[in-house]
Design a protein around this ligand. Structure first.
Ligand SMILES: Nc1ncnc2c1ncn2[C@@H]1O[C@H](COP(=O)(O)OP(=O)(O)OP(=O)(O)O)[C@@H](O)[C@H]1O
Length: 444
């Protein structure tokens, strides 16, 4: 066990006897020196390691700490410690802690700045992202939600890119969080980038960072990009369909080479980041129109999760509404214990173009407004009550029928993305008849 620990330790390690002969050298050190472990044991340390002083320390018994040593083209920071047994020197142990001065300098002079900057961004991004969600937080009993959860369990542990699609407010971010939570990367950062919300000219430095002096106004010490922040973790590229063309090229390069280049830097840095992207844009059509790069599309579209709109899984409205009420009332410190039946009827009837987010917002208002211990019709937003007549039946039959007809046509047109022929087919009426009704109800 000890051997495994030592072999996998970050430090390179060598042990010599009092004559300077190597007794032990760990695996990573041998690999760096390109020597065979079996053959180094018994050789004098000066034959194996450049500029070493291990044999001197093994003789003098004087410890040498943080000494600069030039090995194979790099300056190393070496520690050499004598080993005593019964007051007698029997050898020395040497470690190389930081493998080159670049790393050492960075660790020493910038570590505080870097760590605090990292913390700032991490906490900032977790604030942006809200709480970290897991599969458990995804509410819904419909078949699509159940099978999506199964799929998440299957794909989470790999490193494959996942593309999450669905209208705004369907829970794409929630699924992205859940994948990260279930993956081996869960104790590493989850960094969200809203590709649509960052101005084009800032996106590159947001994603890849910049060096000090890269441009006017660049911060002293430069800035870490989101890819570097997400190293060993997950980056969530929200609204990827809104990414400008020049950035699509750069992103593709990062995905292919797994390395980033800060703005104003000549060096590249390896990053190990899992990509989860989300969009509600028709990427295939955008590829056809050359607005989205085909090669990038294939890179991100390895596994696809499609979350249907809430109106297509009405079964989820009730459990979602109940869960939102519990969550909102707990947060608001208000006792609201349920939703009245006729209020639930209104929720079930609504089309929810804004999906779960709209439902959550409607109930947020309602929990605050209700004068009772339940969400009642009076507390719901007015726009949900436009169809109330249908529920309570306090109108003439003709009006009720017309209202129902108008609603059915409106919803079907939304469902078919305004494709009149498809809508007419679903409704079982002719195209001309549909046009007449669209005119009658002023639905264009
Ligand atoms: N199945 C669900 N269970 C519980 N909460 C949900 C569910 N779906 C969505 N929500 C809630 O609805 C809100 C919107 O979800 P989210 O931000 O994940 O949507 P989105 O698809 O990423 O939206 P956008 O495309 O606008 O970024 C969040 O507050 C989220 O918690």
């Amino acid at each position: 066990m000890l051997e495994t620990i030592i072999d996998n330790a970050y430090e390179w390690l060598v042990v010599v006897n009092k004559d300077g002969m190597i007794d032990y050298m760990n695996k990573t050190y041998c690999e760096f020196l390109e020597v065979d472990r079996e053959t180094v044991v018994g050789r004098h340390v000066t034959d194996v390691i450049e500029n070493t002083r291990m044999h001197i320390v093994a003789r003098s018994g004087n410890m040498e700490l943080a000494d600069l040593q030039y090995i194979r083209g790099n300056y190393m920071i070496a520690n050499r410690v004598p080993i005593y047994q019964d007051d007698e020197i029997i050898g020395a142990v040497g470690t190389v802690i930081f493998r080159d001065t670049e790393q050492w300098k960075q660790m020493n002079t910038h570590i505080k700045v870097l760590l605090s900057e990292l913390e700032y961004y991490r906490s900032g991004s977790s604030k942006e992202n809200g709480a970290s969600y897991s599969l458990y937080d995804i509410v819904g009993t419909s078949e699509p939600i159940r099978s999506l959860k199964e799929k998440v369990k299957q794909v989470a542990s790999g490193n494959v890119s996942v593309l999450i699609r669905g209208e705004s407010g369907t829970g794409k971010e929630l699924f992205a969080h859940s994948i990260h939570q279930l993956s081996e990367r869960s104790n590493r950062p989850f960094i969200k980038v809203n590709c649509g919300a960052i101005p084009d000219q800032l996106l590159e430095s947001e994603l890849f960072g910049y060096e000090e002096g890269a441009f006017t106004g660049a911060k002293k010490g430069g800035k870490l990009g989101k890819f570097e922040l997400a190293d060993k973790g997950t980056i969530f590229l929200d609204e990827i369909g809104d990414m400008p063309a020049n950035m699509q090229v750069k992103l593709l390069r990062v995905l292919q080479d797994r390395e980033v280049e800060r703005v104003g830097s000549l060096r590249t840095k390896k990053v190990d980041v899992r990509i989860i992207a989300a969009t509600n844009r028709p990427l295939e059509a955008m590829v056809e129109e050359r607005r989205f790069r085909e090669d990038l599309f294939y890179r991100i579209n390895v596994i696809q999760l499609f979350i249907p709109a809430l109106r297509e899984r009405v079964q989820d409205v009730k459990p979602l509404a109940e869960s939102f009420v519990r969550k909102i009332s707990a947060k608001a410190g208000k006792r609201v214990i349920g939703i009245e039946d006729n209020a639930m009827q209104l929720l079930l009837q609504h089309n929810w173009p804004g999906n779960a987010r709209e439902l959550e917002n409607a109930l947020e208002a309602s929990v605050h407004l209700t004068r009772t211990e339940t969400v009642d019709v009076a507390s719901l937003p007015d726009y949900l009550k436009e169809n109330e007549g249908l529920v309570t039946g306090n109108r003439k039959l003709k009006d009720i029928v017309e209202k129902a007809e108008c609603e059915a046509i409106r919803k079907t047109l939304i469902q078919c993305e305004n494709d009149k022929l498809a809508a007419a087919k679903i409704l079982g009426i002719g195209k001309t008849s549909l046009y007449d009704k669209i005119n009658k109800y002023d639905l264009v």
